[in-house]
Design a protein around this ligand. Sequence first.
Ligand code: AMP
Length: 302
Amino acid sequence: MSILVVGSVAFDSVETPFGKAEDILGGSATYFSTAASYFSDVNLVAVVGEDFPEEHIFFLKSKGVNLNGLQRVSGRTFRWKGRYDFNLNEAHTLATHLNVFEKFTPQIPDEYKNLPYIFLANIDPDLQWNVLEQVKKPKLVACDTMNFWITGKRESLIKLLSRVNLFVINEGEARQLAMEPNLVRAARKIMSYGPKIIIIKRGEYGALMFNGSSIFSAPAYPLESIFDPTGAGDTFAGGLIGYLANTDYLEEDNIRQAIVFGSVMASFNVEDFSLNRMKTLSLNEINERYKEFKQLTHFEDI
Ligand code: AMP
């Protein structure tokens, strides 16, 4: 099954304790699409400016991503600048320049309107809503967001969540959205806004899924060297939704496997800046790391 994704395609400038990079390829939809492309067909809707180079278009095309919904308009591409300290779980936003996103209205091509799996990657919740107004009867609507929108567009976000089935969100942002420090209670409160399934991303501590009364906990892969955590959340979502769309099965056991594939994709992505690790990553490496995850969490009955 195929996926429709809307989100940012960006230039990022990132500082970590291990290095610095300026105007590198980033964006929530870019990371998501690249990771999901290992599992399913991906159709992207976003906007870039005149300054966006062909080289990046070529990269996304090389991953098989359908770019018929990528608009190029006059102006500058979205830019994000962030810094990580030694606690790599937390990104500090230094600057957000919406640029071409300020006047953007998503135009969903007719060929995308019946796609069964929708991922509303991190972007203005009003734009995410606009996408849902244009599509027909999706099988799964999944969504991500960040503190920038929780602070700036809280009401739009809460309204959007009434139409979302699966919500992925960072630990700190879940607390902020629910205004509740306890994660179990925060998840329950967010569920009351609409989504039946909440997946809370906890950086190096893994991910927690709340699905009805069941809770599933997946670890993060214990990496020795993490270079740049940018995009970990989006590549996690790419592996997760990519696997769900590929298997087209939305029961708990399959969602648990999908979460592990999400964790596998995120673990590779943080090994290098931007999408550099995705340039060489093979399916074989993904399957091998999935097996290592199984080994990591295996223990015997008493
Ligand atoms: P994450 O997976 O959470 O690390 O997301 C990182 C990506 O989110 C970066 O590549 C940024 O370009 C993008 N990003 C940062 N802020 C925003 C925003 N306010 N709206 C949309 N995308 C953003």
